[in-house]
Write a new protein. Structure first.
Lengths: 664, 198
């Protein structure tokens, strides 16, 4: 047998894998049978082919017997294809002259009948022996990796990843949708379980981002378009107008004072509508950048064009206000991308029986964070909408979590932040605080101790999911209160507990536009909508798209320490690519036989990696080898059969099929 | 069968917050030996370890939860506190090292002080008779102790005990004498001093 490059000399090896394979497949018989196949020069069985002596065996045989093809029958190629390819290469052959046969997962592990399993092994091996004849020596492609990095999302995850990369000397573009970086963490008062102040630990990192020479920070900006591939992404970023020149504004805030609106009248988004702001404003005192912005929806100048523009007057020396500012598109080239787009909280109004939106004194946990925060709308006082201090507060856990009607997952942080809020509310108001929980989940460092501390503080823990929050009093003692009805499963009684304030501990869910974003970046989502990591355990920050990494809650709910750890890991993964300088690509790519391509374009729309382009002059399809992942869709779809794929050539596949079927 | 349809068969299990007395709960948790109540994580090890929990209306775990929530009536009227035999199995196993036996003692004292037990209920009578006897004579004599408990609770139980008592007396295991230690006065002084402080 020959492929035209001289005679084929195959070395065949069957691995015992201890008893994993040898316990079911008669490996001696298999090796003896393979020796009789034409072109097989060496046929051996060995206890562990993946061991050093096993690999050495292959190398020695290549040298001694002038082998030019290697076939190993062992486990899944996922485990050891690389191992044996390397051994083949060390023996002096192209690693692509190697073929692997999986007789463990596909045979010995799934069959009991030894005789039949041995026969099946022969079929699989025969297929490989026939296929390997047609193998070609291929070359791996190398593409350079740009050292600039794009970080999408400026919460704590994005901030930490950006700073890590910038400190390593790489240039980072940090793109944030809101007017300030900081994300959800900037809204929190304290952080569990240590109770250190969120702003005190976050704002130094925020200002470090602003002043870092290696970071280009774009707020009020969104990624508009992503093209390219690992190492060479072209990204367009849309910078929305702020109507204030970022370079000119020094954050003196005098314009806010001078605004023709004497009173703040507009609902304040940063404080979740609990406070008011003016049309010209800064989200919160420590916002980064320290630059005001104008909301065109409420600014009189935008609405009527007849404003006195007192803001412009007061800013005359710096002239930072520019009503004519336009949207801008920035184009950048980066090698790697870190996604840190975060999460949104569940809309509590989706659970109507908790009365959010119907009863003014039902709050979400994030709103209460703002109430407790000294820079919040009440200056850090926990007061109800009528200005009174609550005497009894109920905290309802698992709102929009662990529920088939909203979200099935546990949001992981709510138990701990509810405990934290219980502590802070008790500290601020000395109210009776009731926690209503299904399970208390405190699986972090210092978390259980924090729970124990809360128990000793005399906070009530009532195990039971709240059935309803109502203002319907069944008893005079409940008049004018919100009544929480719950089964206290610990004391075994249904209870009605009147409170002044209800806090709904809302869960975390993917952003409403997470699916659009994932399409834009060509990454995948889990069924829940969280961005999917390449492997849940062993590649938790990688995505299925090379060069794009995940950090923080866009991948799933997590607390601040885990977010920061993941952001650091994502930065390190990006640095791996940058410092290597290039990536190697498997040569199993598709290619177009130009003479035969009719230019019908049917392959273009099918390619999941947008690797195929249409060459207008030649009127032919063109495949970008760097983008091609070797999925084979175009190969199968091409009506004229003019797309072929390395490692999956027609003759290779036909030989393989014939080999499997030859026993009949 | 018809009985379950009678109105009194339906006890109201709903608890309003006015049924609870959180100050009472806090008072109990402040007692010596009861501090641990607050840190209880309701794992139920105490109930599982307790040899008598299978006879209790409220398991020890549930007693602790009910104390914490301040449902005084439910706690003090439960049989649990009287069934506790002070074997300390719960205390040994408790992962939070709560002195559950001490809690039971505290609740028993609370119930006795408030006379919140059924009339003629033998256990508090026995407890009181035992203490009186020890205070007066320095030691207890089973025959007189049991006799006193029976007379004050239900004398008919003596009929059931008669045969055993006869055998015990015949084999010299039951003394009819009324025992006393020397220097009872000193003991009474010693017992009186901490009581003055309470």
């Amino acid at each position: 047998m020959s492929n035209g490059n001289g005679s084929v000399r195959i070395g065949f090896y069957v691995c015992h894998c201890g008893t994993n394979i040898a316990g079911v497949v008669d490996v001696k018989a298999l090796a003896e049978w393979a020796a009789t196949v034409p072109s097989v020069v060496v046929s051996r069985d060995y206890k562990y082919m993946c061991s050093d002596p096993g690999q050495e065996l292959i190398q020695q045989d290549i040298r001694d017997h002038h082998l030019n093809r290697i076939v190993v029958a062992s486990c899944s190629p996922h485990l050891h294809e690389r191992t044996f390819q390397t051994a083949t290469a060390k023996g002096g052959l192209s690693p692509y002259y190697f073929q692997m046969v999986n007789i463990r997962e596909h045979d010995s592990w799934v069959h009991k009948d030894k005789k039949a399993a041995t026969e099946k092994a022969k079929d699989l091996v025969r297929a490989a022996l026939r296929r390997v004849v047609f193998h070609e020596p291929l070359e791996k492609k190398q593409v350079p990796v740009r050292s600039d990095v794009l970080v999408v999302g400026g919460g704590i995850a994005g901030i930490h990843a950006a700073l890590t990369l910038a400190n390593a000397g790489k240039h980072v573009y940090l793109v944030e949708r809101e007017a300030t970086i900081g994300g959800h963490m900037a809204k929190f008062d304290k952080t569990f379980p240590t109770l250190d102040c969120a702003a005190c630990i976050l704002t130094p990192k925020m200002t470090a981002v602003r002043s870092h020479p290696n970071i280009t920070m774009w707020t009020l900006s969104e990624v508009a378009e992503v093209g390219g591939y690992v190492g060479n992404y072209h990204v367009k970023v849309r910078r929305k107008p702020r109507y204030v020149l970022e370079d000119a504004c020094i954050g003196c805030l005098e314009c806010i004072e001078a605004c023709v609106y004497k009173q703040a009248k507009v609902s304040d988004e940063f404080n979740l509508g609990l406070g008011k702001r003016k049309p010209i404003y800064i989200p919160f005192p420590q916002a980064v950048p320290q630059v005001v912005l104008i909301d065109p929806e409420t600014c009189i100048e935008f609405k009527s064009g007849k404003c006195k523009k007192t803001c412009v007057e007061i800013c005359a020396d710096r002239n930072a206000i520019d009503f004519k500012q336009q949207e801008e598109i920035k184009e950048i080239e980066v090698g790697t991308i870190i996604m840190s787009t975060g999460f949104q909280t569940v809309d509590a109004a989706r659970i109507p029986y908790y009365g959010y939106g119907a009863y003014p004194n039902v709050y979400t946990s994030l709103e209460v964070e703002r109430l407790i925060n000294a820079s919040g709308p009440t200056g850090g006082e926990v007061i109800l909408r009528d200005g009174k201090k609550p005497k009894a507060v109920g905290i309802v856990h698992c709102v929009g979590s662990r529920d088939e009607n909203t979200n099935r997952w546990c949001s992981r942080v709510c138990c701990m932040y509810s405990l934290k809020l219980a502590h802070l509310i008790k500290e601020h108001t000395d109210a009776e605080v009731f926690n209503f929980y299904i399970d208390i989940r405190t699986p972090g460092k210092g978390f259980e101790e924090f729970y124990c501390k809360l128990l000793s503080e005399g906070v009530h823990f009532i195990r039971g999911r709240v059935a309803e929050v109502t203002d319907w009093a069944l008893d005079p003692s409940e008049e004018g209160k919100l009544v929480i009805r719950v089964e206290d499963t610990l004391i075994g009684r249904v209870r009605r507990i009147p409170v002044d304030m209800v806090v709904l501990s809302v869960g975390l869910e993917p952003h409403a536009d997470a699916d659009e974003v994932r399409r834009q970046f060509n990454i995948t989502c889990s069924t829940e909508g969280w961005f999917l990591e390449r492997h849940p355990k062993l590649a938790p920050v990688n995505t299925f798209t090379d060069g794009i990494f995940l950090a923080g809650c866009c991948q799933g709910p997590k607390d601040i320490p885990d977010t920061v750890a993941q952001a650091g890991a994502a930065a390190a993964e990006a640095l791996v690519l940058i410092d290597a300088g290039h990536v190697e690509l498997e040569p199993n790519t598709a290619y177009v036989l130009e003479d035969e391509c009719s230019g019908c374009k049917s392959c273009l729309s099918l390619c999941p990696y947008t690797a195929i382009a249409y060459h207008e002059e030649k009127k032919k399809a063109e495949i970008n080898e760097v983008l091609c992942k070797g999925c084979g869709v175009c190969v199968a779809a091409c009506p004229s059969g003019s797309i072929q794929q390395h490692m999956f050539q027609d003759e290779q596949i036909f030989a393989e099929i014939e080999g499997v079927l030859a026993h009949a | 069968m018809l009985g379950i349809y009678k109105q009194e068969a339906y006890e109201r299990h709903l608890r309003f917050q006015r049924d609870a007395d959180p100050t009472w709960g806090r008072k109990i948790t402040a007692l010596p030996g009861c501090e641990g109540i607050l840190t209880c994580m309701q794992c139920g090890t105490c109930s599982a370890a307790c040899p008598l929990s299978v006879y209790m209306d409220y398991t020890p775990r549930r007693i602790i939860a009910t104390v914490r929530e301040g449902f005084r009536e439910d706690v003090l009227r439960s049989q649990t506190i009287w069934l506790c035999a002070s074997c300390y199995a719960c205390r040994v196993r408790c992962p939070r090292e709560i002195n559950i036996t001490d809690v039971m003692y505290a609740l028993k004292r609370e119930a006795i002080r408030n006379r919140m037990y059924p009339p003629h209920f033998p256990i508090p009578i026995l407890a009181r008779a035992f203490f009186d006897m020890v205070k007066r004579r320095g030691r207890s004599t089973e025959f007189w102790l049991v006799l006193r408990m029976a007379l004050r609770s239900n004398p008919l139980i003596l009929l059931g005990m008669a045969k055993t008592g006869w055998h015990l007396w015949r084999t010299g295991r039951l003394s009819l004498g009324y025992e006393k230690i020397r220097g009872v006065g000193e003991l009474q002084k010693a017992l009186a001093s901490p009581r003055e402080e309470v």
